[in-house]
Ligand binder design. Structure first.
Ligand SMILES: [Fe+2]
Length: 293
């Protein structure tokens, strides 16, 4: 296994000289440590079949199938499909996913440990994923906001990012909002939470999935979120990864927020798998439980 550091604001690494299909437990453990240390690991030259991809990711822990079936791969529901193309006229997965800043499953009690993504169709150039390190972000917000986030509980709520499905036609907006709120209700969580593996404090919020702080009204929260993320999303703090064929990216979902960035010309399909690390203590049932001691 060879490691090569990728220049950028996040200390990401590229790994070459391994095949995840045949990797043993010791190799998987080494890669896990690298994910927590470097936050983003790129494994080059991994031309998997869909089944091999699922099998390889399952070596890292339990794969969670996404809670909405419209994103599922037709043969492997564990695979979340983001795609601009149809298969024999049939829509597969969802187009234009994640163009806003977020952490996967941030609005559920138990966010994923690892996100795996691989491109299976990549036309044109310039398709990227963007990342910001939310451990580092804590060190550059104003002292006033620093105090506020350490002393607060925040509310995560994904309803404004719900993607309309065929079955939603003819529903009234208020009916749809009520249904989405039932499916993924707003969640209270400590705003700053120690990472379950590294122990480092993480500002666990995002513009996509966090409504704001408990105790502020809607106007105050809109202002607070705008001011906070104007600092957090400083252009110089954004790490940008441009995809190549047969890349596999794995990242620490708790430490980072990510975005698929602006649309670029050309069709694409990406396959995502989301995994709970099976190491003891790596995935508390309620990360950042505000009522815990
Ligand atoms: Fe995502």
């Amino acid at each position: 296994m060879q490691l090569h550091e990728i220049n950028g604001v996040i200390n990401a690494v590229e790994i070459s000289g391994i095949d995840l299909r045949t990797a043993d437990a010791a190799t998987i453990n080494t890669i896990k440590q690298r994910i927590y240390q470097h936050k983003i690991v790129v494994i080059k030259n991994q031309p998997f079949s869909d089944k091999e991809y699922v099998d390889a990711a399952s070596k890292f822990g339990q794969i969670e199938t996404y809670f909405q079936s419209n994103y599922h791969h037709p043969d492997y529901p564990e695979i979340f499909v983001s795609s601009s193309v149809k298969n024999k006229g049939k829509k597969i997965g969802v187009k234009g996913t994640g163009r806003y800043w977020h952490c996967d499953y941030q609005f559920f009690r138990k966010p994923f440990s690892f996100v795996f993504i691989r491109p299976v169709l990549l036309q044109g150039k310039g398709r990227k994923t963007l990342y910001v390190d939310m451990e580092q972000a804590l060190s550059r917000i104003t002292p006033e906001m620093h105090k506020q986030v350490y002393e607060s509980i925040c509310i995560h709520d994904p309803k404004m990012k719900y993607k309309i499905q065929e079955g939603d036609i003819d529903k009234a907006i208020d009916e749809l909002i009520a249904e989405v709120s039932k499916l993924a209700p707003p969640l209270r969580r400590k705003t700053v939470v120690p990472h379950p593996v590294t122990g480092k404090d993480i500002l666990f919020m995002s513009p996509g999935f966090t409504h704001g702080l408990e105790g502020l009204n809607d106007e105050e929260n809109a202002l607070f979120m705008e001011r906070l993320f104007a600092e957090v999303l400083d252009e110089e703090q954004i790490f940008s990864y441009e995809w190549s064929e047969n890349d596999l990216l794995i990242w620490d979902n708790v430490s980072l927020i990510h975005s698929s960035g602006a649309a670029v010309p050309g069709d694409y399909t990406t396959h995502r798998l989301t995994v709970y690390d099976d190491a003891p203590g790596a995935c508390p049932d309620y990360f950042g439980d505000p009522d815990a001691a």
